[in-house]
Design a protein around this ligand. Structure first.
Ligand code: GDP
Ligand code: MG
Length: 184
C-alpha cells in the first residue's frame, strides 16, 4: 500500500436509500477504482449523530454565512424564512436539521479505499449545494436542492451522500462509525 492509498467514509443518507440510488452511487465510486473495505446498515442514534456532526464556531458561522449568501443572491429575507439573520444561529438550526436527517431512517455506511480516496470521492460527490454541484457529480445529477428550499422546509439539504472532507476527518469518522475496523 503506498502512502497515497487512503480510506474515506461514505454514508448513503436517507434520501439515497429512499430513492433507490444506492446501487448507482456505489457503482460510480467503484468504477474509478475505489474498493469497499467495510459496509453496514446503521440506525443512527443521537449519540452517533452528535459525534458525527461536531459543533465548532467555525462550522456554525461557515454554514450560516453560506445560507445568508444564498438569501442575498435570491433577494430573500432570512428572518422571514429561518427566523434570524445571525449566521451562528442559522448554523445551530442547520445542525439540528442535520442530526434529524441522519436519524430519520437507516443509512448505509461504507469505507472506500484507493488512491487519493478522500479527494476522489469528494470530487465525484460534488458541491454541498446540489444547485451548484457540477453535472456529472452525484449531487449535481440527482438533486435540485438549495439552502433556501431546505431552510424554508426546516430540514437539511437532501444531498444523498455524506463523504469525509479531509484525511483527518476521514480517520475520525471511520473510527466513529466502524470502531471494530482496525487500521492497517
Ligand atoms: P458536506 O461536507 O458537503 O456534506 O457539507 P457540510 O459538512 O458543510 O454540511 C453538512 C450537511 O449539512 C450537508 O451535507 C447538508 O446536508 C447540510 N447543509 C449544509 N449547508 C446547509 C444549509 O445552508 N441549509 C441546510 N438546510 N442544510 C445545509
Ligand atoms: Mg462535511
Amino acid at each position: 500500500m503506498n502512502s497515497l492509498t487512503q480510506k474515506t467514509l461514505v454514508v448513503m443518507k436517507p434520501d439515497a436509500m429512499e430513492r433507490g440510488l444506492v446501487g448507482e452511487i456505489i457503482s460510480r465510486l467503484e468504477r474509478v477504482g475505489l474498493k469497499i473495505v467495510a459496509a453496514k446498515l446503521v440506525k443512527v442514534d443521537e449519540e452517533l449523530a452528535i459525534a458525527h456532526y461536531p459543533v465548532t464556531d467555525e462550522w456554525l458561522e461557515g454554514v450560516g454565512n453560506k445560507s445568508l449568501g444564498d438569501y442575498q443572491k435570491f433577494g430573500l429575507d432570512p428572518v422571514q424564512s429561518i427566523g434570524t439573520s445571525n449566521p451562528k444561529e442559522i448554523g445551530h438550526q442547520i445542525h439540528k436539521f442535520n442530526m434529524e436527517y441522519l436519524m430519520e431512517a437507516p443509512v448505509l455506511a461504507l469505507v472506500f479505499e484507493g488512491n487519493h480516496a478522500v479527494e476522489l470521492v469528494r470530487k465525484l460527490v460534488g458541491s454541498t449545494l446540489p444547485l451548484l454541484a457540477a453535472p456529472g457529480t452525484i449531487r449535481g445529477d440527482f438533486s435540485n436542492e438549495s439552502a433556501i428550499v431546505a431552510n424554508a422546509d426546516k430540514r437539511s439539504i437532501k444531498n444523498l451522500v455524506h463523504a469525509s472532507g479531509e484525511v483527518a476527518e476521514a480517520n475520525r469518522e471511520i473510527t466513529l462509525w466502524f470502531p471494530e475496523f482496525k487500521a492497517d
